[in-house]
Design a protein around this ligand. Structure first.
Ligand code: GUN
Length: 302
C-alpha cells in the first residue's frame, strides 16, 4: 500500500494554478482601473473556422472578459489573402490601445507563418513567436515567452519540481512548444539547468531516450504515444498533447486525449499533468500574464 502511494504520480494541477494566477491578475486590473491606468487589451486574429482553434480563441477571449481585460477578435475567412492579413496586423500594430496581438495557428497553407509572426510588433508579440523575442529568450534577456512553455515553467516552479542537473527529454520540436521548451529547460535559470535531449518524428527508438529521462515533456499530438514501459520510475511527466478523439458519450461528441497513457504512466511518475486540466489551462494564464506585462510597456528591461 505504502509503495503504491509513493509511486503514484502527484498531479500537477494546471487548472487550480491557472485559476489562482487569473484571480491575482483580476485583482491587479481592478486596482489599475481604480487608479485610472491603462486597461490591458488583447487582440486575437482567427483565420477560418477550425474547431480546435475556435475553441482556443474563445477561451482566450473569455479569460480576458473574466479578469477585466479588453479584447478584440478579428476574424477572416480561410481564403483571406496574405496581404490582407498582414495589413490587419499593421493596423493592430499602430493601434495604441491594443497592447498584445496573437494570430491563432495553424494558418491556411497559402499564408506564411514566418511572415505573419515577423509582422507583429515585438512589443505586442504576447505569443513570444517573433525572432526578437525568441532571440532574447535564448540569451536569457527579458522577453515574452511563448504561453505554453511559460505555463509549464510556472507549473514546475509552483510545485517545486527539481530540475537542476536533471535530464529532460523533450518530445517534439515545434516552434510553439518543443523548440522554446528545450531552450528554457537548458538555460541557466530555475526551472532550468537541465541536460536536454530533443526527440522528434525521425528519432529512432524513442523509448531509448525517454527511459533515460528524469523529466519528459511531450508535445506531438499523438494520443497515448508515451506508454508506461517507456518511462523511468519516478519521472516527471508533462503532457502537452490535446487531441480531439471521437467519443459518443460526451455532449460535444469528442474527448480530449493527451500524448501520454495517463492511467498507466501516472503509477510510475513522481509528478504528472492531467489532460485536460494540466498544461492547457496554464497556457491561458500565461498569455494573460504576458498581456498584462505588455500593457505596462516594460518588457525589455535588460
Ligand atoms: N496554436 C496552438 N497553440 C497556440 C498558441 O499558443 N498561440 C497561437 N497563436 N496559436 C496556437
Amino acid at each position: 500500500m505504502e509503495y503504491q502511494e509513493e509511486s503514484s504520480g502527484k498531479i500537477l494541477d494546471g487548472k487550480a494554478l491557472s485559476d489562482k494566477i487569473l484571480a491575482e491578475i483580476e485583482t491587479e486590473v481592478k486596482q489599475i482601473k481604480k487608479a485610472g491606468g491603462k486597461v490591458p487589451h488583447l487582440a486575437a486574429i482567427l483565420v477560418g473556422s477550425d474547431g480546435a482553434s475556435e475553441t482556443y480563441v474563445a477561451h482566450k477571449v473569455k479569460a480576458c472578459q473574466k479578469i477585466g481585460f479588453k479584447s478584440t477578435l478579428i476574424r477572416f475567412e480561410t481564403d483571406v489573402t496574405e496581404e490582407r492579413l498582414l495589413e490587419s496586423i499593421d493596423e493592430v500594430n499602430e493601434n495604441y490601445d491594443i497592447d498584445g496581438l496573437i494570430v491563432q495557428l495553424p494558418l491556411p497553407a497559402h499564408i506564411s507563418v514566418n511572415k505573419v509572426t515577423q509582422a507583429i510588433e515585438p512589443e505586442k508579440d504576447v505569443d513570444g513567436f517573433h525572432p526578437v523575442n525568441i532571440g532574447r529568450m535564448n540569451k536569457n534577456l527579458s522577453s515574452y515567452i511563448a504561453a505554453t512553455p511559460h505555463g509549464i515553467l510556472k507549473l514546475l516552479q509552483h510545485y517545486e519540481v527539481p530540475t537542476f542537473g536533471k535530464h529532460c527529454v523533450v518530445v517534439g520540436r515545434s516552434n510553439i512548444v518543443g523548440s522554446p521548451m528545450s531552450i528554457l529547460m537548458a538555460r541557466d535559470a530555475n526551472p532550468g539547468n537541465c541536460t536536454v535531449t530533443i526527440c522528434h518524428k525521425y528519432t529512432q527508438n524513442l523509448a531509448h531516450y525517454t527511459l533515460q529521462a528524469d523529466i519528459i515533456i511531450v508535445a506531438v499530438g499523438i494520443p497515448n504515444l508515451i506508454k508506461a514501459d517507456m518511462v523511468k520510475e519516478g519521472a516527471v511527466i508533462i503532457d502537452v498533447g490535446i487531441t480531439r478523439v471521437a467519443d459518443a458519450s460526451k455532449k460535444s461528441g469528442f474527448a480530449l486525449k493527451g500524448d501520454v497513457d495517463f492511467d498507466a504512466v501516472s503509477k510510475k511518475a513522481s509528478f504528472i499533468t492531467p489532460v485536460p486540466g494540466g498544461v492547457g489551462a496554464m497556457t491561458i494564464a500565461s498569455l494573460m500574464q504576458n498581456t498584462l506585462l505588455a500593457s505596462k510597456g516594460e518588457i525589455y528591461k535588460n
